[in-house]
Design a protein around this ligand. Structure first.
Ligand SMILES: [Cu+2]
Length: 69
């Protein structure tokens, strides 16, 4: 199990936070996601054999937000 911190751009309110959090949690292999609006970041706990940060970035993009470097 690994934990990664992603920078997420485009979030403006708690609705956005929930949206991003759900998009991440729906990915198989993701065990938990904690999104913080103030720091515009997402802390994701995941199984590195099932999912990677590229897939997370994709899911976030599909939800309408952007993971930045
Ligand atoms: Cu919002």
């Amino acid at each position: 199990m690994k934990t990664v911190k992603l920078n997420v751009a485009g979030m403006t309110c708690n609705h956005c936070v929930m949206h991003v959090e759900n998009a991440l949690k729906e990915l198989s292999g993701v065990k938990g996601a904690k999104v913080d609006l103030k720091s515009k970041s997402a802390e994701v706990t995941y199984d590195e054999s099932a999912v990677d940060t590229k897939k997370m970035a994709q899911a976030v993009a599909e939800a309408g937000y952007k993971v930045e470097g």
